[in-house]
Ligand binder design. Structure first.
Ligand code: UD2
Ligand code: MN
Length: 346
């Protein structure tokens, strides 16, 4: 008997079903695969604009999340208290002959290039202390040793400038102080200037090195004169004037060579401007002057009385606006800025 017909038919139908299944599978696979291709094609053909947008979005997200750490807004320091809690009042000063500049430097690590600023509060004033100087190294050392801690206890923002007269021509204290004012203002807009003899050491830190609304004379008395004011109009030794007060009087005269007169000249300038000299109480404005003899090169200025008579006539053209000099050296030492200057000769 050969074929069984129904079995053959079943077999053929099964073949078709299989064929159909395979075709459908192929179609399904093609559909899926082409879908993937389309999708990837879409990613790779993304327009530059889409990428830029994505980039900027990412940047934006980054900034938003990073902002609190990256942009540090410094917490503003509170103002220093009206009266510094660090003040000690009257102190017994000591002048050790064994003292060295290195000792003073190591005691004042907070001072950089002669400048200091309280770390925990904002100082009430920014003060430049100007010291006219030539060949008084020992006095300078004693002064730096006392003045740095003294000013730090007063919680001031300050810098010390030592203006050295180059050469051995007659000394001119007033002109050196004019130079100091002009040079210090190149560093910072100091609002207050203290003009300071190198040999005067303040005894009481309640004598504040800040400026007033009137020119201030800080030395009422010193050891050598029984701590009494020498005479009514006395304006020598240590004085404090704001940047504007000093500019208003056109600074010191440049024409006083040798000892004397230049401090009285400044008083006349101040009085011509109807300003009034103020002083701290006598028990506070006390200084020790380190003993010294008259320096050679700073002999008494015999012309000083004649010059004082001319002040009202010449002050407008003799002063800051006519101060010519040549800076020989500007050196930032740890405890002071040294300005060595050629101011010419009489
Ligand atoms: C008084 C005044 C001073 C000034 C002077 C007259 C007081 C306390 N001081 O000081 O302010 O008016 O008379 O010019 O009243 N210097 C040097 N090297 C020198 C010469 C002077 O560094 O070779 C400086 C130094 O800063 C000194 C200052 O100039 O402290 C004044 O000279 P002084 O001390 O010889 O004069 P003195 O004590 O009579
Ligand atoms: Mn002196």
């Amino acid at each position: 008997m050969g074929f069984c017909l129904p079995g053959y038919k079943t077999l053929r139908r099964g073949k078709y079903v299989l064929l159909l299944f395979v075709s459908l599978s192929v179609l399904a696979w093609i559909a899926t695969f082409s879908g993937e291709i389309v999708k990837s094609a879409q990613i790779f053909s993304a327009s530059p604009q889409t990428l830029v947008q994505a980039d900027s979005l990412r940047d934006q997200l980054n900034t938003e999340t990073a902002a609190p750490n990256q942009i540090e807004t410094p917490t503003p320091k509170a103002e220093c208290p009206k009266e510094s809690p660090l003040l000690q009042g009257a102190v017994k000063l000591s002048f050790e002959s064994s003292l060295t500049l290195k000792d003073v430097e190591s005691k004042n690590k907070g001072v950089t290039d002669g400048e200091y600023e309280p770390s925990d509060c904002t100082a009430s004033q920014s003060v430049a202390v100007l010291i006219p100087h030539r060949s008084r190294e020992r006095h300078l050392l004693y002064l730096l040793n006392h003045l740095h801690p003294f000013l730090q206890r007063q919680q001031l923002h300050y810098a010390i400038y030592v203006i050295q007269q180059a050469g051995d021509a007659t000394f001119n204290r007033a002109k050196l102080l004019n130079v100091g004012y002009l040079e210090a203002l190149k560093d910072y807009s100091w609002e207050c200037f203290v003009f300071h003899d190198v040999d005067l050491v303040p005894e009481n830190d309640h004598n504040l090195y800040v400026c007033d609304n009137q020119p201030k004379h800080l030395v009422v008395g010193r050891n050598a004169t029984g701590y009494k004011l020498r005479y009514k109009g006395y304006f020598g030794g240590v004085t404090a004037m704001t940047k504007d007060q000093f500019l208003q009087v056109n600074g010191f005269s440049n024409t006083y060579w040798g000892w004397g007169g230049e401090d009285d000249d400044l008083r006349i300038r101040v009085e011509l401007q109807k300003m009034k000299i103020v002083r701290p109480p006598a028990d506070v404005a006390r200084y020790t002057m380190v003993f010294h003899k008259r320096d050679s090169g700073n002999e008494i200025n015999k012309d000083r009385m004649r010059l004082l008579g001319q002040t009202p006539l010449v002050w407008k053209k003799d002063g800051l606006n006519s101060c010519t000099y040549k800076t020989m050296l500007l050196e930032r030492q740890p405890l002071y800025v040294n300005v060595t200057v050629d101011i010419g000769k009489p």
